[in-house]
Design a protein around this ligand. Structure first.
Ligand code: NAP
Length: 293
């Protein structure tokens, strides 16, 4: 039997020129951890200065310091809760006071619960929609004056969950569908000002809280086998896609969703045992230690 072939994830600097984003300022919600930390690190390595947004101020400050040490560029922690627009406006003001402007915005802050509909409270559903969807609106609303002035652009971190009816993911699926729709409206309303708005829909990305929750413990090999490109994604895979979309090479691309998932959306094996996971949801709870049921 032939061996499967795996392309590796490459660091952006192997492909893109090092000063690509010199003098650019990026505002990143969710930049203190996970995928959006990886994106910020890559943009800073290409010369950008960054403001990272999250609720946990101490963790955010430590992340900003680490980013500066690793990249040699500038980062500041701008704590805010994306559900509250006044706090986002304050973070925007702090960014403009420090760096003078905002060119690029990543809307990446998100929440998630692994739970069937019958195990989700109304408050839990609302919390996810408020962070992912309302948070994206608040971030765009608070930054758009700056982004219009600088003819900059938005990348919203979406997902592929909502392309089918995935069990136990009704809240983030609904919220991300809204994010995709909102991004299109931003593309149309702000396009004439020279502003672009696109989404990236990551597949499963290793080393993130999201993947830790979604991949049953010890099942990495099985999950990789279901992916056409035969590996779980890495933060660099997503960061490289963001670099392309922020670059002038994408200057005629707006209102799109770029799926970065190793081809997984075209091969939908059952993610959970089906229909058992909906008929007897509690029996599968132990597969997902972080699940809220
Ligand atoms: N991991 C995956 O495999 C995967 C797959 C598809 C899509 N995605 C998407 O990729 C993005 C990053 O995911 P991740 O797995 O890397 O997650 P993560 O590390 O948990 O990142 C979520 C970030 O959002 C911030 N956040 C949450 N609620 C917030 C609020 N109310 N206000 C401000 N910031 C808030 C968190 O910071 P604080 O806690 O400090 O607020 C955290 O930094 C998300 O949009 C997610 O939906 C992930």
């Amino acid at each position: 039997m032939a061996e499967s072939y795996k392309h590796r994830a490459v660091p952006a600097l192997d492909v893109f020129k090092p000063d690509l984003f010199k003098d650019k300022v990026v505002f990143v919600t969710g930049g203190g951890s996970g995928i959006c930390y990886g994106i910020t690190q890559t943009l800073m390595r290409l010369g950008a200065k960054a403001a990272i947004v999250g609720r946990k101020a101490d963790r955010l400050r430590a992340a900003a310091e680490q980013l500066e040490r690793d990249t040699g560029s500038k980062a500041i922690a701008t704590p805010a809760d994306v559900r509250k627009i006044d706090t986002v406006q304050e973070a925007v003001k702090m960014t403009v006071d420090t760096f003078g402007k905002i060119d690029f915005v990543i809307c990446g802050a998100a929440g998630n619960f692994m739970a069937p509909i019958e195990g989700l409270s109304s408050n839990a559903f609302r919390a996810v929609v408020e962070i992912d969807l309302l948070g994206t609106f608040n971030t765009v609303r608070a930054t758009m004056e700056q982004v219009k002035k600088n003819h900059g652009n938005y990348v919203h971190i979406s997902a592929t969950l909502h392309y089918s009816g995935l069990p136990w993911q009704s809240a983030p699926s609904s919220a991300k569908a809204g994010v995709d729709a909102f991004s299109n409206a931003v593309a149309v309303e702000l396009g004439p000002f020279g502003v672009r708005s696109n989404c990236i829909a990551p597949g499963l990305i290793t080393g993130t809280e999201g993947a830790d929750r979604l991949v049953p413990q010890g099942r990495d090999e099985m999950v990789q086998g279901f992916m056409p490109l035969q590996r779980i994604g890495e933060k660099d895979d997503i960061a490289n896609a963001v670099v392309f979309l922020f670059s002038e090479a994408a200057s005629w691309i707006t209102g799109q969703v770029l799926v970065v998932d190793g081809g997984s959306m075209h091969f939908r094996g059952p993610f959970l045992p089906y229909p058992d996971s909906v008929l007897d949801a509690r029996a599968f709870k132990s597969l997902f230690p972080g699940s809220k049921m």
